[in-house]
Design a protein around this ligand. Structure first.
Ligand code: ATP
Length: 330
């Protein structure tokens, strides 16, 4: 099956190497890609997402900036409520940033489009009255991307890739949860999007099926080298699925750090390096960063002690973030 992507960019940093600061991370990635002549496929620039409810405004993310390159498996990792799903919806064009912008191939994103396909957590996103083949063909026909015969051909090719040829004429209720998820992924891949957006796609699966789906996703990526943005709150899943991980601070989400995880896979899960990186990510997620040093007022006494470390949970409900986006020393 044709797939119009380029080879995945090679990342240069060492296994599990965290970058010292989001800005430095972005700059490091950008300059390295510039050396290879690559520009970001997707750019998130100072994006704040705000929900206006009848009683209040909820700030889901605060000035988030990210660059996603072609062939990246880019993970958004953070605690519940840090704005991961909101960010993914904004990438999909379903919500508009209150400030900042999102660019795809250098062009501002103004709404949903067939170039960005979302796979949600709910498996029952498949219309139950359609067969597996019809489900996979549906967006190709609805978007006018292909005529019926070509859509069927492409659907059958992708269904074969996800190992469901025998079930092409089955209906969703005849499939297991994992199989339905494979159909959802096949349906997204059939569209050959520029970016595949996955929102905690395996969260509802049992541990064994989840592992199998991670394997299958990575196998599909090896074959097609699509660009993936993947949301999870599992550190292990982030390390296995991603080649780059953006760690978001608690509500409202900001980029706390970026981790290069391209050398980890399912086989490395028990290794020392994997565990050590998982622990460092855990600290980044749940320990407050040091308080920014503010310029001392004339005549002010130097602080007598290190600033107290504040627990992330104390800040979780604050709409006004009290931590700045700060360089993280590792
Ligand atoms: N439609 C909405 N209206 C108002 N507030 C919302 C809406 N959707 C999300 N929020 C709020 O925005 C913040 C971020 O939510 P979001 O679902 O993006 O976080 P998340 O990191 O994906 O969480 P989870 O891992 O639990 O799915 C939360 O405080 C949430 O309550």
């Amino acid at each position: 099956m044709p797939w119009p992507t380029h080879a995945a960019p090679v990342h240069r940093t060492a296994v599990g190497q965290e970058t010292a600061a989001p800005a430095a991370a972005a700059a490091g990635e950008a300059s390295a890609h510039a050396e290879h002549g690559t520009q970001p496929l997707l750019q998130v620039q100072d994006v704040s997402l705000v929900y206006a409810t009848a009683r209040q405004q909820v700030r889901a993310t605060h000035r988030v900036s990210l660059d996603v390159f072609e062939g990246d498996r880019f993970v958004l990792l953070g605690a519940s409520g840090c704005g991961k799903s909101s960010l993914l919806k904004a990438l999909g064009g379903f919500i508009t940033p209150a400030e900042g912008q999102i660019l795809l191939d250098g062009q501002p994103v103004h709404g949903p489009g067939p170039d960005r396909v979302v796979v949600f957590q709910e498996f029952d996103q498949l219309p139950p009255w359609k067969t597996v083949r019809e489900n996979v063909m549906f967006p190709l026909l609805a978007s006018g991307q292909l005529p019926r015969a070509a859509a069927r051909e492409r659907a059958d090719a992708v269904i074969a890739k996800v190992g469901l040829t025998q079930f092409a004429d089955a209906h969703p209720h005849q499939l297991s949860g994992g199989m339905k998820q494979r159909v959802a992924i096949a349906r997204a891949l059939a569209m050959q999007p520029r970016v595949l957006l996955m929102d905690e796609p395996f969260a509802a699966l049992d541990a064994l099926t989840r592992r199998r789906m991670q394997e299958e996703l990575l196998a599909l990526w090896e074959e097609f080298r699509f660009t993936l943005v993947f949301v999870t709150h599992s550190i292990e899943e982030a390390l296995v699925v991603g080649n780059r991980i953006a760690i978001l601070s608690p509500h409202p989400g900001r980029v706390r750090a970026e981790v290069n995880s391209h050398a980890f896979d399912l086989a490395s899960q028990g290794s020392e390096a994997f565990q050590a990186t998982a622990q460092r990510i855990h600290r980044l997620l749940f320990e407050a960063p040091p308080v920014a040093a503010s310029p001392a007022a004339p005549g002010a006494q130097p602080p007598s002690a290190a600033p107290p470390v504040r627990e992330a949970r104390d800040l979780a409900d604050g709409l006004q973030p009290t931590w700045a986006t700060m360089p993280v020393s590792l």
